[in-house]
Structures are given as C-alpha cells and as structure tokens.
Design a protein around this ligand. Structure first.
Ligand SMILES: C[S@@+](CC[C@H](N)C(=O)[O-])C[C@H]1O[C@@H](n2cnc3c(N)ncnc32)[C@H](O)[C@@H]1O
Length: 210
C-alpha cells in the first residue's frame, strides 16, 4: 500500500524535478523558490532550477542569427506553435506583423525566453530588418517561389510566414528578397503554417546552426 499523500502523488507524477536536495548550489543563476519547491517548467535539463532571467541571459549569449516573422491577420492558433519552434532554434527575434494580440496557447510560455517584437505595418517591419542587415525571405507556395530543398538561405535572414487561410499578403511578398516553397507530394494545397515553419527553420539550421 502507498504511504504517499495525495499531494505527494500528484507532485511525483508532475513533469520536471522536485525540491533540490541540500546543500544547494552556490550560484546566482539558481532561483531559491525553484530550489525549494521543485522545477516543473518545460525547460532543458541544463536549465533546471535557473531563474528565467538567467536562462534568457544564457540564450542571448548564443542566439542564432535567424529571425522569424508571422503575419497576424487572423487569430491563428499556429502562431504559438511557430513561437515555440523559434525558441527551440533559439532565434534572435520573432516579429509579429499586424494585430498586436496573438493566440499564445501553443507557445507554452516559450515567448518569455525570446525577443518578440510587434510591427503594425509592413514598411516599418522591412525598414527594421534593413537597418539590422537581415534579409527577408518569404516562405509560401506562391508563383515565383523556388524549392526550399535546393535553396541555400542567407545566414542572416528572416523567414516570413503567412496566416492560415490567406497566406502572405502581396505587400509583404513584394518586400521579400525571394520566395521559397516546401515541395509537396500529396493532394492538399498547403501545409499547416506551424508545420511549414518548423521545416523551414530546420532547413536553415542544417546549413547554419552552430
Ligand atoms: C495554409 S498556408 C495558406 C496559403 C497558401 N499560399 C495557399 O495557397 O493555400 C499558410 C502559411 O503556411 C506556410 N506554408 C504552407 N504550406 C507551405 C509550403 N508548401 N511551402 C511554404 N510555405 C508553406 C506559408 O507561410 C503560408 O503563408
């Protein structure tokens, strides 16, 4: 028969790690509350018990030169998923274009470890990229796209994704240095935007991730 209380059983089955055994590490990156209570966050093992500020500082020290942008014309549930993948590839900045508010559900708090910038309009976004020396690359299966699989993306680029439904707007397409498309082999017209974004970031990482 189990001798654990109901609370202990719940804690034991939760993801992450429980309270840190004594003695605690003598390092300012560790968060005393997490050391005492346990760390149930979805973070890589090397960041267990670190404060969020310490994790962000460590990520900042080795960000990829990759940017990602998403057109937010609809309340698209894919945006959260794209943000989560952008965190996994430790991109430099995520840009949200259009509406300021976006559906954070799929992000699973990963946006807090990233730099997310909002741009009300396309010209402002493109000017910001140009100032930072970042090449805008549109990712969509539109006329004029070249296959992503046989394209070498610039190292310092911003992969730009459209909303579920309309895709990239004509204004944004006109501002991109090139368009790339993921070749498809079935009957559906397009991929889910979150899946397309993951493939495109992975393609960039195969060539440039350090
Ligand atoms: C569902 S698609 C919508 C529009 C699409 N142009 C169409 O013709 O149906 C939404 C977004 O997912 C991405 N996407 C979907 N399939 C893609 C593919 N095969 N290649 C590149 N991007 C794709 C693009 O960023 C696109 O703007």
């Amino acid at each position: 028969m189990s001798t654990l209380s109901e609370d202990e059983l719940v804690a034991a089955s939760a993801p992450g790690v429980g309270p840190h055994p004594q003695p605690w590490p003598d390092d300012a990156r560790y968060d005393p509350v997490l050391l005492a209570d346990g760390d149930r966050r979805n973070v890589a093992d090397r960041y267990r018990y670190w404060s969020m500020d310490a994790i962000v500082a460590d990520l900042d020290a080795r960000r990829s030169p990759l940017h990602v942008a998403i057109q937010n014309w609809e309340h698209d549930f894919n945006i959260g998923s794209i943000v989560r993948t952008a965190n996994a590839f430790n991109v430099e900045t995520v840009h949200i274009l259009g509406r300021r508010r976006w559906n954070r559900r799929g992000a699973m708090v990963t946006d807090r470890y990233l730099h997310v910038e909002h741009h009300a309009d396309v010209p402002g976004f493109l000017a910001e990229l140009a100032e930072r020396g970042v090449v805008p690359v549109g990712v969509d299966n539109l006329p004029g796209s070249v296959p992503l699989e046989t394209t070498e993306l610039p190292e310092r680029c911003c992969l730009v994704f459209g909303s579920e439904g309309p895709g990239l707007t004509d204004e944004l397409v006109a501002g991109c240095e090139r368009l790339v498309a993921i070749t498809q082999y079935g009957s559906t017209r397009s991929l889910n935007a979150g899946a397309a974004a993951a493939i495109a970031m992975y393609h960039w990482a195969l060539r440039w991730a350090r």
